[in-house]
Design a protein around this ligand. Structure first.
Ligand SMILES: Nc1ncnc2c1ncn2[C@@H]1O[C@H](COP(=O)(O)OP(=O)(O)OP(=O)(O)O)[C@@H](O)[C@H]1O
Ligand SMILES: [Mg+2]
Length: 441
């Protein structure tokens, strides 16, 4: 473009100089021919000859001037056309950049951010103005070591690009798994910066986790059937025999008999606990298909809270309910919902051993209902929150680690969603969304 501009100006000056030379040569040539070839011309002939010369000169200069002006006009028209075409191209590229669904950022050679697009702002929370001039380490998370970054830059220098998975951090500190591609940007031969395209991998990761969980559940399902067969039957005979033994010694008196009864009771309660664990495993392996009916979630929650009221009082836990009076009925299996909500409430109680507040809210949403369970308990660190739905993951001495697995399974069977927000030491909120009619995936 610069070269073309230079050529056009160069041509213009050529035309002007050529024009001046032609004019000078014409008049000088005329004088020369006149004085050397016709020295004896009379005054009248000379006057006529000069008239003809001036007229010819005027015609020649006018034609040349016209030519030069039209050349100039044509040049300007070409430049305007070129500028318009360039603007169209620029707008097209800018729109592609700005509307890309993947986050794009352009940096200078030192890694300082220049242009960023809308998807970048949506993904990381930084506006173009906030990102401008800052280093890319603004997005760096604790997952990427100095060594990792050194290797990345070495690859860009040697291979000209870098592609790979990386964990970045948004404006609020949330870590986001990203598929990143970095390529250099050139102006002619000169490298002037880098372009980074960042693809959000959160959805893909969630899907992978779900698949993994489903696989684990399938394996557990098989195992549970065996457990039921191998353990539950002997357990019930242990339980029966313990009861028989208790009956046998009811009439025996004395200190030893009291001790024997105490031991038998302890056996009995441990056997019950083992049976309950077996039941839980079984429920997980063969969670029945939901039987859908019209359900008012507010009613389910009210029943549950009155069922748990005595326990809550004992633990000095206040259960506060703010139920949307206009909450729509949904199509669901009320027994399964009860089970899922009970698991969430039980976990909340267990997270507040010194007492606290569990608030339960319901809200109408466009095509479903939302239920929030917020406790003021111990909360969870990120590591625990991530494993929350894993089968058998528990931090409790007597927990099976199946409560949340079953809860998630129930909610997914209803085509719903569950999200957890937790801050260690400050409490936990579970948000459950259930559609009006289940679109079971
Ligand atoms: N509201 C909560 N506050 C703090 N931690 C929680 C909360 N809910 C769940 N957790 C954590 O998640 C873990 C898994 O919960 P889950 O309900 O699956 O199993 P569990 O409660 O340990 O055992 P079970 O439900 O079989 O009694 C818990 O051990 C606990 O560490
Ligand atoms: Mg639990």
């Amino acid at each position: 473009m610069v070269k073309q501009k230079f050529n056009a100006r160069f041509l213009w000056w050529h035309a002007v100089i050529l024009w001046m030379i032609v004019v000078v040569v014409f008049f000088a040539g005329w004088d020369f021919v006149e004085t050397h070839s016709f020295p004896d011309l009379d005054r009248e002939t000379m006057r006529i000859a000069h008239l003809i010369r001036d007229a010819l000169g005027a015609v020649v200069t006018s034609v040349l001037a016209l030519l030069a002006v039209s050349l100039q006009f044509r040049r300007q028209a070409l430049m305007a056309e070129e500028k318009r075409a360039l603007n169209v191209k620029l707008r097209l590229f800018y729109s592609a950049f700005e509307n890309s669904s993947d986050a794009i950022l352009i940096t200078d050679l030192t890694g300082r951010m220049g242009q960023t697009n809308r998807a970048f702002t949506d993904l990381f929370g930084y506006t173009q103005e906030e990102a401008l001039g800052k280093g890319t380490n603004l997005l760096r998370s604790a997952h990427s070591s100095d060594e990792f970054y050194q290797k990345m830059w070495a690859s860009i220098q040697t291979r000209g690009e870098w592609k790979g998975e990386i964990v970045n951090r948004d404006k609020w500190g949330e870590e986001i798994p990203i598929w990143l591609t970095i390529t250099p940007i050139y102006e002619g031969e000169r490298k002037i910066g880098y372009m980074g395209i960042e693809i959000d991998l959160r959805e893909k990761k969630q899907l992978e986790e779900r698949l993994l969980r489903a696989e684990k559940l399938a394996a557990i399902g098989q195992m549970s059937a065996q457990v039921a067969h191998e353990i539950r039957n002997p357990l019930s005979s242990v339980s029966l025999n313990t009861e028989l033994l208790v009956d046998e010694i009811t009439h025996v008196k004395g200190e030893e008999a009291v001790e024997a009864k105490r031991l038998l009771n302890s056996i009995s309660s441990e056997v019950d606990r083992l049976s309950a664990i077996c039941d839980e495993y079984l429920r997980l392996s063969s969670l029945p298909k939901p039987v859908f009916d019209t359900v008012q979630v507010n009613d389910v929650l009210r029943q549950l809270s009155s069922f748990l009221a005595a326990g809550a009082d004992r633990m000095r836990i206040e259960v506060r309910m703010e139920l949307d009076p206009a909450l729509q009925n949904i199509c669901a299996d009320s027994r399964q919902l009860e089970q899922a909500f009970l698991n969430l409430m039980k976990n909340a109680f267990e997270a507040m051993p010194e007492g606290g507040l569990l608030s339960i809210e319901t809200h109408s949403r466009a095509s479903g209902v939302e239920i929030l369970f917020s406790d003021t308990g111990r909360g969870m660190v990120e590591g625990i929150r991530k494993k929350l739905y894993d089968p058998f993951f528990t931090t409790k001495d007597k927990g099976t680690g199946l409560g949340m697995t079953i809860t998630l399974q129930i909610i997914e069977q209803h085509g719903g969603k569950i999200e957890c927000l937790s801050a260690y030491g400050r409490g936990t909120t579970f948000s459950v969304y259930l559609p009006l009619t289940p679109e079971v995936s």
